[in-house]
Ligand binder design. Structure first.
Ligand code: 0X9
Ligand code: ZN
Length: 660
């Protein structure tokens, strides 16, 4: 507490001090030498010759807050010592701001939404749209009283739909206050557009949207009340750059620092912070297909990795470049966001959220750095125009969720229908950077964006279940593949009988078969009673009973013998055709056909190749005689016809080939 108070005091002293007064009276001053060797943090603009020098600044440990490409200046947050180092390295600078509470007296920027207001806004939305919007607490306690909050937005929000998921997050970095406005606007636009805007209605009927409007609410509150340049979280042991703390490629490539004082301090261990833990747990559960993380500033569209190119780079490039072609920058022009993997497009980072969302949780994870020229642009001038322009970006990902080539579906337990968090692997897609296996969500949902116009082999696996591989042709849009996995316990139980359970009209020469993955042999119980006797023990999952009778119901059951023991399948039954023909011959003069078989009774008729045979006479249940004029022409000598006995209620014999 003493630490915080002394910091506040120093900031207040600084606010009253010369540079701010100079700023107000004369505008920005250009300093060639450090103004002070200690004191409050300052925002300076540093001319840099392109992004190579931006890289040099960030690698020299400076807190690079953004890059103004047109002006060729980097915004750098420095204390006195850092300013000394900057000038010693030969950089010049313009002082733009001295840190102060964003909500200071008469401060225009106070219109930005602070975390308490954001939380209240979420409550209002949930209350106004109870079927659409749910407020979810991801972490109940951070360090200074804020909670990590999310809203889930989808039609019938409390139901279990297993829809594909899109995740929007903002404000990993406390000072990037515009980003929370974009997330807030997305919640507002989606909730209020449902039922009136057909595109939004369709999206929310088919997609589950999650918005974390501030990943760093503790830090954000500190920005409003103490220091508008604050970037990290508020961990009292040592504040951490949340966007360097994720558990993927943590500390992997010099893209973060291990010293507490650094603004890109990565924390003591991967995912040591409650904020990264909350986001990671959410991502693990919902498994977004696409995610979009907002930062500021500099007008970049970035994607993994912070250290090297991602696996599936072609899909990333395609999506990133298409988005850039439609997204307007602060000048209103499209195609001007610098687009590509983070490491080569801005500067190396490790432990960032996009890397973890992709590498660990399988989302196609994008980052947008908004605004050309400031992380806190004038609210009245820039807030609405920025959030409106960014609608194009999150709408883009909602659209792609429904239209981009992919394999998607649900994985469930074949016996219970319960969702399975199964692993999905594609033979044709190599994940070569230590990515965790792609996994379905807690709802059993998976979705894998792909290059279309080809076939893929998808393997689904899950401990305790039999693996399945399916070939899927992917065209220009999503291909749906729902998968039912069979548990090992279930696999030892005979299932999928043929003939199917309660099948009617079966042939008299029926062969019984079934599926059972774990058995070494099978006992077959078969007969016309409800608890039939053991008739055979077989090593293959099939059994051919001796000739059956017509018009009878047979009951059967298979017991599988396996190392797991004896497991009985359920009782199955089927019934045979009502009539059977076992033989036919011609007789005497006048010409007659004598038919032998079973089940014959009054009212049946005989056909030859589907044509009614005249004057069928039933002698007894096993003998039938056809006679009458025209019989010879119906059954010409030397020609084979199919004789079939049928009755008025649709029962038929199997065809019998007859030739005389
Ligand atoms: O450095 C960051 O964390 C982001 N820029 S910011 O100025 N807002 O701090 C960029 C993160 C980009 N992600 C990757 N490079 N993977
Ligand atoms: Zn940022």
């Amino acid at each position: 507490m003493a630490l915080i108070c002394s910091r506040v005091q120093r900031l207040l002293v600084a606010l009253a001090a010369a540079p701010v007064a100079a700023l107000i009276m004369f505008g920005p001053l250009v300093f060639a030498t450090p103004a002070r060797a200690e004191g409050p943090r300052m925002l300076v603009e540093v001319p840099v010759a392109g992004e190579a020098q931006l890289l040099r600044l960030s690698q020299a440990g400076f807190d690079v807050a953004g890059f103004n490409r047109d002006a060729g200046t980097a915004g750098v947050v420095v204390d006195g010592a850092a300013l000394d180092r900057l000038t010693a390295l030969g950089f010049t600078y313009t002082l733009k701001d001295v840190s102060h509470p964003l909500r200071g007296p008469g401060e225009a920027l106070a219109d930005y939404t602070d975390p308490a207001e954001l939380s209240a806004f979420m409550d209002q939305m949930a209350a106004a749209y109870p079927n659409l919007v749910e407020k979810v607490v991801l972490k109940d306690t951070l360090f200074e009283g804020q909670k990590l909050l999310a809203v889930k937005i989808t039609a019938d929000v409390t139901g279990d739909h297993g829809r594909p998921v899109f995740l929007l997050d903002a404000q990993h970095h406390a000072r990037e206050v515009m980003t929370a406005e974009i997330a807030k606007d997305a919640i507002q636009v989606l909730a209020s557009g449902y039922g009136t805007d057909p595109r939004i209605t369709h999206w929310l009927d088919t997609i589950e949207v999650w918005v974390v409007a501030s990943v760093n609410p503790d830090g954000a509150m500190y920005v409003f009340t103490q220091d508008n340049m604050w970037r990290k979280n508020r961990d009292p042991v040592c504040s951490v750059d949340i966007n360097r703390n994720y558990d993927f490629n943590w500390a992997a490539c010099n893209g973060s620092d291990d010293v507490c004082s650094s603004d890109i301090y990565r924390g003591p261990s991967p995912a040591s912070e409650p904020e990264t833990q909350g986001i990671s747990a959410l991502a693990d559960e919902i498994r977004p297909e696409f995610s979009l993380s907002y930062h500021s500033y500099g007008e970049y569209i970035l994607y993994p990795y912070g250290c090297y190119n991602p696996s599936e780079m072609a899909v990333y490039d395609d999506l990133g470049n298409t988005l850039n072609s439609i997204l307007e920058d602060d000048s209103g022009a499209t195609g001007r966001y610098k687009t590509g993997p983070g490491w080569s497009t801005i500067y190396p980072t490790d432990g960032s959220s996009d890397d973890a969302l992709y590498g660990r949780y399988g989302a196609f994870a994008f980052v947008i750095e908004v605004n050309c020229c400031s992380f806190q642009p004038d609210y009245a001038q820039w807030r609405d125009v920025t959030v409106e322009r960014q609608r194009t970006a999150w709408e883009f990902f909602l659209d792609k969720t429904l239209t981009y080539p992919s394999i998607q579906g649900r994985v469930t337990d074949a016996a219970t229908g319960a969702p399975l968090k199964a692993t999905v692997a594609l033979q044709e897609v190599a994940l070569g950077h230590g990515e965790a296996p792609r996994q379905a969500s807690a709802r059993g949902r998976y979705a894998w964006p792909l290059q279309g116009g080809r076939a893929y082999h998808a393997t689904f696996s899950m401990p305790g279940y039999l693996e399945q591989t399916h070939e899927v042709a992917v065209g220009t849009g999503p291909a749906t593949l729902d998968v039912q996995l069979v548990s090992n316990a279930q696999a030892a139980i005979p299932r999928d009988p043929l003939p199917g359970d309660k099948a009617a009209d079966q042939d008299l020469q029926v062969v019984l078969s079934w599926t059972c993955n774990e058995a070494t042999s099978y006992e077959v119980y078969f007969g016309t009673t409800t608890a039939p006797p053991l008739v055979a023990t077989v090593s293959q999952p099939s059994y051919a009973p001796p000739a059956l009778d017509t018009g009878k119901t047979y009951t059967w059951r298979v017991v599988a013998l396996s190392p797991l023991g004896r497991t009985s399948g359920p009782s199955w039954s089927f019934s045979t055709r009502p009539y059977g023909i076992t033989g036919a011959k011609k007789a005497g003069n006048p010409f007659r056909i004598l038919v032998n078989g079973q089940g014959f009774k009054a009212g049946v008729a005989l056909t030859a190749d589907g044509v009614p045979v005249p004057a069928t006479v039933i002698k007894n249940p096993t003998r039938l005689v056809a006679k009458g004029a025209g019989l010879k022409s119906l059954v010409p000598k030397g020609k084979t016809v199919q004789l079939v006995v049928r009755d008025g209620s649709g029962g038929t014999s199997e065809p019998f080939a007859f030739r005389w």
